[in-house]
Design a protein around this ligand. Structure first.
Ligand code: FAD
Ligand code: NAP
Length: 596
């Protein structure tokens, strides 16, 4: 008599296991089932899957599987008739090599435990940490020169063409302001004070050179192999590295971390790549840029415009829509307004359509034609330098990811990862600016890289926390923030749930030179339904970065308005305003500061 019911199903399951080297019992909507299938694809192995939710006998089969394996959940994976388990166990088996053995694959030996592609903030942190944990690690870093031929050393964006030179040039601008203030404090010097671009640039570049050297030494000290070569995948677990001279070498690794960062985007209008510069060129420019048009209105654009104006240049910013998209707009508007009162010109709601050279030189003369985003108006202007700062593109499209099946967001080139920075291909991880939906900041890349190495090779399971990351925009009036912008807080929690406290303030240091009274601004957004927890912190004032850092730590600890009120301020400082905030936005009360 043929088997019926339960026995028939059991025979069917046995038959499936006999017939298929890799058998996956799955459910069509289950994300872990999808990932386990991708794992086998990345190993180049076919699988057979039964989608239990779409099969008539699905629940019966699940019962049988439970009897056979003690596992109720999906995916339920068998290889060569051996039960492997769910996603975690399958991944574990892949990592310790037992899966490859079951699949009959030859024992693979790799050149490295880990290859990190990109020696910037994230890549260096990750590779050094992995090496400290005893792993054999290689890091490759290669800078493709800008269209104008600018290139730089090891360390990535932050140290060479980002945070470090930016903050130092911001400091140059602040010193200019301090010089002006100093006369009121009794300093006497000749009327003639001028700024020398070449001196500033050279000293900053020398400092960067010392950092580049320090990174190389640190890699050597940790026994991380460093290759100054461009890396791209040629097949699973294998990359090709091409050095400056075009020499190709091939390396394999058990795991890879992608940390390739981003590069400035261009406008895609006639003449832009030949005639305009980006932040990648600015900091090492060997001549003073002169009268400058900055295109863009986010971090990079406003910060660069701010310090260029601060060292005495004629600066105009062309803004397509709003300042600092994604930031609290009240704060962004105030940061912009301060720049305007300090000499930066703004052309709002215009975009360039053409740039052409009027005269070659260092700097030369460039004509820019722009059109309105709202009307038919067309304007033109003449500048010595045009700095394009309209966003950055991820360096993910020319590294052979398609050859190993790593998924990209095709629209923006960003890489989606799970909460452990793992891509859809289990042996490939990604960190830093190229991650989809994460913040593009140096400390974020470093933290993610370091924690990833500890999870992979140490006994840690700590994940990178991307919530409440503080940041500061180093515009002439610095803007620091942590948590929600007001608009976003209203969208998420509803206006009635929130209480916003705010105040203008006047730093004591600015009183004697009598400048900029009531232009600094502080604001906190509290959730009334959650014990008046501070969910948004915003400050516009000197040293905003230094101030925001400490309050961000307090927010991690669950800072509430009550705790702020209980905190005794440090007098006379700017940060003390957060301990004495009384006026709510909803009250419409006066927020100008009258005295200390
Ligand atoms: P990166 O530091 O960009 O490093 C990636 C490296 O990989 C680069 O060296 C690149 O050349 C290399 N690479 C790319 N492809 C390959 C390949 N195929 N093979 C080999 N090597 C490759 N953040 C802050 O926190 N504070 C700031 O004040 C700040 N200011 C900034 C100012 C500017 C002007 C800019 C542009 C950025 C600023 N940032 C700031 C952002 C910060 O620089 C980045 O978030 C950070 O550098 C990202 O680190 P990363 O490791 O992801 O990439
Ligand atoms: P971004 O945040 O992507 O902003 C791009 C800017 O360019 C926006 O103002 C945008 O205007 C404008 N724009 C885009 N296309 C344009 C076009 N065709 N014509 C005119 N304007 C155009 O880019 P970013 O400023 O380069 O910054 C990149 C990242 O680096 C940031 O997200 C940040 O995390 C990081 N960063 C951090 C710091 C810091 O920590 N202090 C400093 C610098 C950079 P719209 O608003 O109209 O789109």
């Amino acid at each position: 008599m043929p088997p019926t019911g339960h026995d028939a199903l059991r025979s069917r399951v046995q038959e499936l296991l006999e017939k298929n080297l890799v058998m996956i019992f799955s459910k069509s909507y289950c994300p872990f089932c999808k990932r386990v299938k991708e794992l086998f694809t990345s190993l180049g192995r076919e699988y057979f899957a039964v989608e239990l939710d779409q099969s008539e006998d699905g629940s019966g089969i699940q019962e049988i599987l439970f009897e056979m394996t003690g596992q109720k959940t999906v995916p339920n994976v068998f290889v060569n008739k051996t039960h492997v388990g769910g996603f975690d166990k399958t991944q574990q088996a892949q990592q310790d090599g037992t899966l490859q053995k079951l699949l009959g694959m030859e024992a693979v030996t790799y050149d490295f435990d880990l290859i990190v592609i990109g020696g910037g903030s994230g890549g260096l942190a990750c590779s050094k940490e992995a090496a400290s944990l005893g792993k054999k690690v290689m890091v490759l870093d290669y800078v493709v020169p800008t269209p104008l031929g600018t290139s730089w050393g090891l360390g990535g964006t932050c140290v060479n063409v980002g945070c470090i030179p930016k903050k130092l040039m911001h400091q140059a601008a602040l010193l200019g302001q301090s010089l002006k203030d100093s006369r009121k404090f009794g300093w006497e010097y000749d009327e003639q004070v001028q700024h020398n671009w070449e001196t500033m640039r050279q000293n900053i570049q020398d400092y960067i050179g010392s950092l580049n050297w320090g990174y190389r030494v640190a890699l050597r000290d940790k026994s991380v192999r460093y290759e100054n070569a461009y890396a791209e995948f040629v097949e699973p677990h294998k990359i090709k590295a091409t050095n400056k001279k075009g020499k190709e070498s091939f390396f394999t690794a058990e795991r890879f971390v992608l940390a390739t960062g981003e590069r400035p985007r261009y406008l895609d209008i006639p003449g832009d790549k030949e005639l305009c510069i980006t932040s990648d060129d600015l900091f090492s420019l060997d001549y003073c840029p002169g009268k400058t048009l900055v295109v863009g209105a986010s971090y990079v654009a406003l910060e660069c415009a701010g310090f260029l104006a601060g060292i005495g240049l004629d600066v105009t910013v062309m803004v397509r829509s709003i300042f600092l998209r994604g930031f609290d707009q009240e704060m962004a508007e105030k940061a912009g307004a301060y720049m305007e009162t300090h000499g930066v010109k703004f052309i709002k709601k215009f975009v360039p359509t053409l740039v052409e050279q009027l005269e070659a030189g260092t700097p030369g003369r460039i004509r820019v034609v722009a059109k309105s985003t709202e009307t038919d108006a067309v304007i033109e202007g003449e500048y010595n330098t045009v700095l394009v700062a309209v966003g950055r593109d991820s360096c993910t499209k020319n590294i052979g990811l398609e050859k190993i099946g790593v998924k990209l967001n095709q629209r923006n080139g960003k890489i989606p990862v799970n909460d452990e920075e793992q891509t859809n291909v289990p042996y490939v991880y990604a960190i830093g600016d190229i991650l989809e939906g994460k913040l593009e900041l140096t400390p974020v890349a470093i933290q993610a890289g370091r924690l990833l190495a500890r999870r992979l090779y140490g006994d840690s399971n700590l994940k990178c926390d991307y919530i409440n990351v503080p940041t500061t925009v180093f515009t002439p009036m610095e803007y620091g923030c942590c948590g929600y912008p007001e608009e976003k807080a209203i969208e998420v929690f509803g206006e009635d749930t929130l209480e916003v406290y705010h105040t203008l303030f006047w730093p004591l240091e600015w009183t004697v030179p009598s400048r900029d009274n009531n232009q600094c601004f502080a604001k906190i957004i509290c959730n009334r339904l959650d014990n008046d927890r501070v969910i948004g912190f915003h400050i516009l004032g000197p040293n905003a970065g230094e101030i925001t850092q400490g309050f961000a730590a307090a927010m991690k600890c669950g800072l509430t308005k009550e705790k702020l009120d209980e905190t005794i301020g440090i007098h006379p400082t700017c940060a003390e305003v957060f301990t004495t905030m009384e006026v709510t936005k909803s009250s419409g009360g006066d927020i100008t500061q009258k005295g200390c």
